[in-house]
Ligand binder design. Structure first.
Ligand code: CP
Length: 301
């Protein structure tokens, strides 16, 4: 594993290795020493959890971080290209973690530099480190990844987390229900890939029975920033709002996940139920990102 760009690049064995290492690092973070290693965070787009959990992961393993937090105040404002910025950062660091609004940006950078590149989100395309921490969270809450019934809810068109997650779960015989407004359905190329892999899925516009059958409800924000037309966003922005009252007939083991940030799609009364698991999910980002950094830096034991 030289880079982490897309879930499609990872075998089931590699995923399981990363999950095992994340679990081991959660129990014993002192087993890996990344001192004298530097991580460059290149964030051309807003982030709270991904950037800061990567920073936390690196620092807790003894490493250092240099960060570009948005483009304001950097030479991107003077017109520097992504390629030039990345090639210089590769000389200042041992690994690049990058978020960019353009789909394919991380793969492009990985072809320009000699250090490992991690895709921390490229437009509406992929967010593989989120999916790996999601898998870790699912196995922690369900005891297995195999044969689960998952409802993916919200903005399935622009939501890179659900795109990555569909591929991440594919080796583990999932049953998907995709719940979205008609205008925000899962992209056709992903549905086509799932069909080819023999993964069963249903597409729905209403929640109803979906909630009752699910092991995991994976709720996503409607991604306002990716809509070309503000009016279209206004039409769908309140499409699904999960409340505690809606969770009265769900399975005992059911957990609500959300990559966060949330806007209004999960009301805060859900936080106090046994089903809320999104803050644990965010914490798991540190363990999984430690496993990713250690693996890509050749320090995984
Ligand atoms: N889940 C996620 O990517 O969160 P941030 O946008 O805050 O990094």
């Amino acid at each position: 594993m030289n880079n982490l760009i897309s879930m499609r690049d990872l075998s089931a064995d590699k995923i399981l290795q990363l999950l095992k290492l994340a679990e081991s690092l959660e129990k014993n973070p002192n087993q890996i020493d990344l001192s004298r290693r530097v991580m460059a965070a290149l964030f051309y787009e807003a982030s709270t959890r991904t950037r800061m959990s990567f920073e936390s992961a690196m620092k807790r393993l003894g490493g250092e971080v240099i960060a570009m937090v948005g483009t304001a105040g950097t030479s991107v404002e003077k017109g520097e290209t992504l390629s030039d910025t990345a090639r210089v950062m590769a000389r200042y660091s041992d690994i690049i973690v990058m978020r960019h609004p353009n789909e394919g940006a991380a793969r492009y950078v990985s072809e320009q530099v000699d250090v490992p590149v991690v895709n921390a989100g490229d437009g509406a395309n992929q967010h593989p480190t989120q999916s790996l921490l999601d898998l870790y969270t699912i196995i922690r809450s369900q005891g297995t990844l195999e044969g689960l019934n998952l409802a993916l809810i919200g903005d399935l068109k622009y939501g890179r987390t659900v795109h990555s997650l569909a591929y991440a779960l594919a080796p583990f015989k999932p049953e998907f229900t995709f719940v979205s407004p008609k205008s925000l359905q899962m992209p056709k190329h992903i549905l086509s890939d799932l069909r080819k892999m023999g993964i069963p899925f249903k597409e729905k516009t209403k929640l109803e029975k979906t909630v009752k059958d699910a092991d995991i409800m994976y709720v996503t924000r409607i991604q306002r920033e990716r809509f070309p037309d503000r009016e279209e966003y206004e039409k769908v922005k309140n499409a699904y709002i999960i409340t505690a009252e809606m969770l009265t007939n769900v399975k005992d083991n059911m957990k609500v996940l959300h990559p966060l940030p949330r806007v209004n799609e999960i009301t805060t009364d859900v936080d106090d139920t046994q089903y809320a698991y999104y803050f644990d999910q965010a914490e798991n980002g540190v363990y999984m990102r430690q496993a990713i950094l250690a693996t890509l830096l050749g320090e995984a034991k």
